[in-house]
Design a protein around this ligand. Structure first.
Ligand code: DP6
Length: 325
């Protein structure tokens, strides 16, 4: 039976993807830049079988149907189109990090799915096509395909919208200390959020200024300039949340603990500790720092009221077949 297993890491965006030019194909309104997160891993096995009446998704041993399955089918349909294979597939996937904790797992999941499904179908795709394939399932997943520090070149169509590595994981010993904050009710997910971005009068200004923020962030990474990185990462986080908070209906992801962590990080930085925060579509706060400061940052975060747990991740490699280096 044609089968393959792949692993991938989630990623944290320093310059965010928020809003699409084309929601169906996930062609983003702006380019984005991220770091893969080693330590957090999704492992996915894809097996094409002649006896299956439809595609099947099994997450942590549980069958998933509905929208989750539909996104997987989208990626598998493209693999069938490119390979000429007509069988349906069974997809089994597991994360080594808590799924309900609010750490987005879709980027790692679709990057691993793209790599495993292509290999199982016998396709030998160049990296850009693996990134395009992952993008069909989740936009940010295209950034989990290449290794290290990664830029998603937005493009204008399915063919030219994919991500590339701008520096390998060893380039800069950064850490992402993820402060997990309790979440009472389920927030609006990213897919719905991207559709609301255009209802904010601030989105056009955010998109127009994105090439500048990307250039500043790219230079900060290439020069390993933490102060410059801190300033642009926080500015980009604020401008995305300004769009979210001014959408109709408004999306407010922050909780009192989120704000308390933001203020604490800014205070620590004023006192001389190199730290910076960024926040995705949820209440958790990603606190970036040089790796040698990670244990101190983690200890400080755990002392803040409302922070339940802190996961520490370092720059990670790209999506790969299991058994490969
Ligand atoms: C706030 O990639 O999760 O994390 O394409 O609908 O799956 P879909 O959206 P997704 O959006 C990510 C939004 C973000 C910012 C980012 O990671 O760039």
């Amino acid at each position: 039976m044609p089968t393959a297993t792949a692993e991938a890491h989630p990623n944290i965006a320093f310059i965010k993807y928020w809003g699409n030019r084309d929601h169906e194909a996930r062609i983003p309104s702006n380019g984005s830049l991220s770091m893969n997160l080693a330590g957090l891993v999704t492992r996915t096995t894809v097996t094409f079988r002649p006896d299956l009446p439809g595609d099947r998704l099994i997450l942590h041993g549980h069958h998933v149907r509905g929208r989750g399955l539909a996104r997987v089918v989208r990626v598998l349909d493209r693999v069938r189109l490119w390979s000429g294979l007509h069988w349906h597939a069974e997809v089994r996937s597991e994360n080594n990090f808590p799924t309900g904790a609010g750490v987005a797992s879709s980027a790692a999941a679709f990057a691993a799915l793209a790599v495993a499904a292509a290999a199982a179908a016998g396709l030998d795709l160049p990296p850009r096509d693996l990134s395009r394939l992952a993008r069909l399932g989740s936009g940010s997943a295209c950034r989990s395909v290449p290794p290290g520090f990664v830029e998603w070149l937005p493009g204008s169509s399915d063919e030219d919208s994919f991500a590339v590595s701008i520096a390998p994981p060893e380039h800069w010993a950064l850490a992402d200390c993820i402060a997990l904050v309790s979440q009472r009710h389920k927030a609006v997910g990213s897919t719905e959020g991207h559709r609301l971005a255009e209802t904010s009068p601030l989105q056009n200004a955010r998109v127009a200024d994105a090439p500048r923020r990307l250039a500043v962030c790219r230079a900060a990474i290439l020069q390993r300039d933490f102060d410059a990185l801190a300033e642009i990462v926080e500015a980009d986080c604020h401008i995305m949340h300004a769009v979210m908070q001014t959408s109709r209906p408004p999306l407010i992801y922050w909780t009192p603990t989120t704000l308390a962590v933001m203020h604490a990080v800014r205070r620590w930085r004023r006192e001389g500790l190199p730290v910076a925060y960024t926040i995705d579509a949820g209440p958790n706060v990603h606190v970036l720092c040089p790796q040698e400061k990670a244990s101190e940052v983690k200890a400080r975060l755990l002392r803040l009221r409302g922070v339940r747990q802190v996961l520490v991740a370092t720059p990670g490699g790209g999506a790969r077949l299991v058994g490969e280096k």
